[in-house]
Design a binder for this molecule. Structure first.
Ligand SMILES: C[S@@+](CC[C@H](N)C(=O)[O-])C[C@H]1O[C@@H](n2cnc3c(N)ncnc32)[C@H](O)[C@@H]1O
Length: 222
């Protein structure tokens, strides 16, 4: 299958939906927010409680996800103040009662401590398209934190492209090369490395879901 997502990062840079309202739109999220929200609705059917999204970006998945999971509280987060401003603007625009105020969160920092004070144990952690556009320590911080912040049986759900032992889609290999040219610490991650990292933190790959454009959703259980 040909990847319809533009793999040139410049082509997928967020733009303003409405400059006065400060809402940003990531072109890729216009295409994948629907399938991702549908996947989360299936995976988290019947769940209640808080879901933390790490690296929410402009906030489109937060809106679609909160809409799809009305019994959960969706907590968006990002380290980038511009994204926090955009998420806040989307939140005000959409008025979803279960979409919480966005929080400044860097996955490499000790985020579970602060979060536990405000929201208690999490039911789920969701993270889309972050660990390949960031150094590996972000993936490490994500799983180390998830293992502490999730309640027993809670799930960490990752979405994005991965390098596969059985063969990686050419579009994802090209994307990997583009990322590494931009920053050698970035790159599409081998699925086996992500599974091994999760295991280090007591988390097991429960489900692997094929998503459009050669992406995967990975569901890890604590
Ligand atoms: C490609 S964007 C993905 C945004 C959104 N999740 C999506 O799929 O449209 C990557 C996001 O990761 C965030 N990010 C980068 N470093 C991070 C870190 N150390 N901790 C948490 N998020 C980070 C960026 O600010 C950015 O919003």
């Amino acid at each position: 299958m040909t990847d319809p997502d533009p793999q040139d990062p410049a082509a997928s840079r967020p733009r303003y939906e409405d400059e006065t309202a400060e809402r940003l739109v990531a072109p890729a999220a216009l295409r994948n927010a629907g399938p991702i929200a549908g996947m989360l609705k299936d995976v988290l059917a019947g769940e209640r409680g808080p879901l933390l999204e790490i690296g929410s970006g402009p906030g489109q998945h937060a809106v679609a996800g909160a809409e799809a999971l009305p019994a959960m509280t969706w907590i968006p987060s990002d380290p980038d103040p511009l994204h926090i401003r955009s998420i806040r603007a989307w939140r005000e625009h959409e008025g979803l009662p279960n979409l919480a105020e966005p929080i400044r969160l860097d996955a490499t920092e000790d985020w579970p401590a602060a979060l536990a004070l405000t929201h208690g144990p999490l039911q789920a952690v969701f993270c889309a398209n972050v660990i390949h556009i960031a150094p590996w320590r972000v993936a490490e911080g994500l799983f180390a934190g998830a293992a502490r912040a999730l309640g027993e049986g809670g799930r960490a759900i990752l979405y994005g492209p991965f390098l596969l032992a059985e063969g990686t889609a050419p579009s994802n290999l090209a994307f990997h090369r583009t990322l590494q040219e931009r920053d050698p610490a970035w790159g599409v991650r081998p699925l086996a490395d992500v599974v091994a990292l999760a295991a280090l933190h007591g988390m097991t790959l429960e489900t692997r879901i094929e998503m459009p454009a050669n992406n995967l959703a990975l569901v890890f259980r604590r």
